[in-house]
Write a protein that binds this ligand. Structure first.
Ligand SMILES: Cc1ncc(COP(=O)(O)O)c(C=O)c1O
Length: 362
């Protein structure tokens, strides 16, 4: 830990690499010699153009995107994508498949239903309290898209690989695992991610969309709700959340230059998650809630023998400089969110603390 900072296990807004925070601090009053803060300069200025273009180029390099893909920055969070996706792609009566793996997938489904779109829930893990990722799913060959939530922030499950949809483009909510591992983008038509977990601060949602899907967008939608508005104006149709985009750019730079890209961060993320899961597997005191082959590398959900112990655990962890370990209010229990910015040292500190807590209370 440096400079009285805690280990931040919050699910989002979440930890940002300390190197990035320092860089922001250093150039906050005078951005690139402009004599102004990044928060004060025009989004139509050269310095901001450089920021957004660099963020886009870094995203393309990190994810190895070919020129069919467009990188957009949209406000309204990931939640706005729940309605934008069906509005933009199911305008002329097609239907889409949805996989329900938890709270966020359920919300995406609800928005499509509110819009009275024709959608089919082709698989769900609700029968076991969303503790697993369904497999052997039969997709509709004529679906316009298949919607999945790649990582279920609340339930702690994650698609380790993506299903074969028979060529139907996958649209994935990747809010809590974007840039945590390399992806085979050939399967995807669109991915979206609220920035506040793995990319930077709240306030912007990254959307990566393939050209052929842009062609489906109807002209009749309101400007702010159609992807073509953002793709044709480099996400600068209206005033963008410039500070959030700037921070995303710095996080991507950190990922590319300090970490060494997505293969490298995946190795680190696997190592981090293994430290925790291996520990759970050797004790009865902490119990992981996700089925083993569906475990998330990003959000590690677990229970203790009683709710009272869980409460004390979270309190004592906080006193020991480890914050954000309370499970989502809808499910209780505990959760360690260990996104890219969480160092291995933070995981080791947590496990050391867990061992001591177990020895005193087990
Ligand atoms: C997987 C997932 N999707 C969507 C959301 C909602 O994101 P936002 O608050 O940006 O709308 C979250 C937030 O935690 C999430 O974890």
């Amino acid at each position: 830990m440096t400079e009285n900072r805690v280990y931040n296990f919050n699910p989002g807004p979440a930890a940002i690499p300390v190197e990035v925070l320092k860089e922001i601090q250093e150039e906050f009053l005078n951005f690139k010699g402009s004599g102004m803060s990044i928060t004060e300069i025009s989004h139509r200025s050269k310095p901001f153009d450089d920021v957004i273009n660099d963020a886009i180029e870094r995203t393309k390099r990190l994810l190895n995107l070919d020129n069919r893909f467009n990188v957009l920055f949209i406000q309204g969070g990931a939640s706005m994508q729940f309605c934008m996706v069906p509005m933009n792609f199911l305008a002329d009566g097609g239907s889409a498949d949805y996989v329900n793996t938890g709270t966020w997938a359920t919300k995406a489904i609800k928005e499509a239903q509110l819009l009275k779109k024709d959608i089919k829930i082709v698989a769900s893990s609700e029968d076991k309290n969303f503790s697993y990722i369904p497999d052997n799913i039969r997709f509709s060959p004529d679906a316009v898209y298949v919607h999945v939530t790649s990582n279920n922030t609340i339930k702690g499950t994650q698609f380790s690989t993506f299903p074969d949809t028979g060529g139907v483009p996958i649209i994935s909510d990747m809010s809590s695992d974007i840039m945590s591992r390399p992806l085979d983008m050939n399967k995807f038509g669109l991915i979206y991610a609220g920035a506040q977990k793995n990319l930077g601060p709240a306030g912007v949602c990254m959307v990566i969309i393939r050209d052929d899907l842009l062609e489906k967008v109807p002209d009749t939608l309101p400007s702010m709700l159609k992807y073509t508005t953002y793709s044709s104006k480099n996400s600068l149709y209206n005033t963008p959340p410039s500070f959030a985009i700037y921070t995303v750019q710095l996080v991507l730079k950190w990922l590319e230059e300090k970490i060494g890209g997505l293969k490298k961060i995946e190795e680190i993320n696997k190592k981090k998650a293994a430290i925790l899961y291996d520990y759970f597997d050797g004790t009865d005191f902490y119990r992981g809630t996700a089925e083993k082959n569906s475990r998330s590398l990003m959000n590690v959900t677990f229970r203790l023998p009683s709710e009272d112990l869980e409460k004390t655990f979270v309190e004592k962890a906080t006193q020991n400089g480890m914050v954000g370990l309370k499970g989502h209010r809808s499910v209780g229990g505990c959760r360690a969110s260990i996104y890219n910015a969480m160092p291995i040292k933070g995981i080791e500190a947590l496990v050391d603390f867990m061992k001591v807590f177990e020895s005193k209370n087990g």
